[in-house]
Ligand binder design. Structure first.
Ligand code: CA
Length: 236
């Protein structure tokens, strides 16, 4: 059982709950189920889950309240949450409220799609945890502090937006790996963020203006023509 990921499924509709439970178990996840928000909240105390699948529409305490409660409690705030929503309008609502959910899946979904999302979220969380304990990533005169969420260049703190920080960290942790716009969108913005691939270019340009000695001759964030971007490893 070692290494088995624990997933809490929160869904009031029994058919969907059973379907999720069946498919996740089949893929080797250790699952538990809850039919109400209150039940889920009680079960999640202690933070023993690796992921929570959370239906938005629940009787009583709904998915929004529950997500807020989970993310507001240090004990459970680190557990990634994937919201299940019935309509695109609900996703807008979830995004607008900035609940801190890690991903969103719209019903009806195929088990295959959902499983892919679960895998992606768990992988992202794993990487975040690896980087978590006050790690400092240094490259040239750039220092990325993942605990304080600051970036310094030559000792001076740079003024980066949250997404610029995330983008820089994601690339700097994978030096030399060429990443296309769509790939970066998924990895940094998240799959359901409504942004155009061009947004990536805009942020890369801003990031270069902040971190490069000469933004027109970038040495850190490099372009692979026709493919995407990569972070220049030291000495390259
Ligand atoms: Ca429901």
């Amino acid at each position: 059982m070692m290494g088995q990921k624990r997933v809490l499924i929160v869904e009031d509709e029994k058919d969907i709950r059973d379907l999720l439970d069946y498919n996740l178990k089949k893929q080797g996840y250790a699952t538990e189920v809850a039919a109400t928000g209150t039940e889920a909240l009680n079960k999640s105390k202690g933070g023993k889950y690796d992921l929570i699948l959370l239906d938005l529409m629940l009787p009583g305490m709904d998915g929004i309240e529950l997500c807020r409660a989970l993310k507001g409690n240090p004990e459970t705030s680190g557990i990634p949450v994937i919201m299940l929503t019935a309509r695109a309008e609900e996703i807008d609502k979830v995004l607008g409220l900035e609940l801190g959910a890690d991903d969103y899946v719209t019903k009806p979904f195929s088990p295959r799609e959902l499983l892919a999302r679960i895998k992606a979220v768990l992988r992202r969380t794993g990487e975040r945890e690896k980087a978590a304990p006050g790690k400092q990533l240094k490259t040239g005169d750039i220092v990325i502090d993942t605990e304080k969420y600051i970036v310094k260049k030559g000792g001076a703190t740079l003024d980066l937006s949250a997404i610029e920080f995330k983008l820089l960290l994601y690339m700097a942790e994978r030096p030399g790996k060429v990443m296309g716009r769509d790939f970066l969108l998924d990895a940094v913005w998240g799959r359901d963020a409504y942004v155009e691939p061009r947004t990536v270019d805009v942020h890369i340009r801003r990031l270069r203006e902040k971190i490069e000695d000469d933004p027109s001759e970038p040495k850190l964030i490099l372009t692979k023509r026709g493919v995407g971007y990569f972070f220049g490893s030291d000495g390259n």
